[in-house]
Design a protein around this ligand. Structure first.
Ligand SMILES: *Cc1c(COP(=O)(O)O)cnc(C)c1O
Length: 236
């Protein structure tokens, strides 16, 4: 994709987000657009930033560090959206404004431990395995209450909301039940009494289904191929 094509894609996605938000009676300005930048080079990422995405989200630590060296994300916050291994936490804490993919208690504990050492507080989202898929990581919906209670005890971590990747579906509408279930979890846990838990972000919706996600309450969508074109699947 050329920078001009990337710019056009971002514009079209913004328009579609605005339309979906309108249909749901929501303000489009409250919906953040994250470019899912995996496998795309620094030039393409810079073009997306220039085109006005709100956030860059990366999946792989090494790839992220390399592009960060090149200044690819300059101008927008950097988020981590991929599965994070405990032994890579130190490379992500502090560099990423938000980790979308906190998917186990040991990982939460490690994030807090590293953040505390560095004298900072790391924002995270709890990843929910909304389709109860064996192949996906994340907390089970019914575990969320107890996970929030546990998370409240980690001093250098702040839960800012929830994230989900629903099962692969033939049509975007097929994901609606999962998105609605996520919205319910998000809203039900909004009034939690813990100091370090604030349900600000509901991160769901990708290239194929972001409009549906927005209609179901998402306020942060993560879009890769819709911005950058199809990925070389051997590298993802
Ligand atoms: C790749 C990726 C996306 C974007 O996927 P597309 O279908 O290319 O839009 C969103 N979220 C996560 C966690 C991803 O890994």
């Amino acid at each position: 994709m050329t920078p001009a094509e990337i710019e056009r894609n971002v514009k079209n996605i913004r328009a579609e987000i605005a339309r979906a938000a309108g249909e749901a009676g929501r303000d489009p300005d409250e919906i953040l657009l994250a470019a899912a930048t995996k496998t795309n080079g620094a030039e393409a990422v810079r073009a997306a930033v220039k085109a006005g995405v709100d956030i860059c989200g990366e999946n792989r630590v090494q790839e992220m560090l390399e592009k960060n060296e090149l200044g690819a994300y300059d101008g927008v916050p950097l988020h981590f959206i991929g599965h994070l291994q405990k032994n890579k936490v130190r490379q992500v804490v502090g560099l990423c404004a938000l980790i979308h993919s906190a998917d186990s208690l040991p990982l939460l504990q490690e994030i807090s431990r590293i953040a505390e050492k560095r004298g900072l507080v790391q924002d995270v989202l709890l990843e929910i395995n909304i389709g109860n898929e064996a192949s996906k990581s994340g907390f089970r919906p019914e575990e969320l209450e107890s996970v929030l209670e546990e998370a409240a005890r980690f001093p250098a971590l702040r839960v800012r909301g929830l994230m989900a990747i629903p099962p692969i579906c033939a049509k975007p509408e097929d994901n609606r039940p999962f998105f609605l279930q996520m919205q319910k979890l998000f809203v039900d846990n909004r009034q939690k009494k813990y100091d370090n838990i604030r349900m600000d972000f509901l991160s769901m919706g990708m290239s194929g289904d972001f409009a549906e996600a927005v209609r179901c309450g998402a306020n942060l969508v993560r879009i890769g191929s819709g911005i950058f074109g199809p990925r070389n699947t051997t590298t993802t």
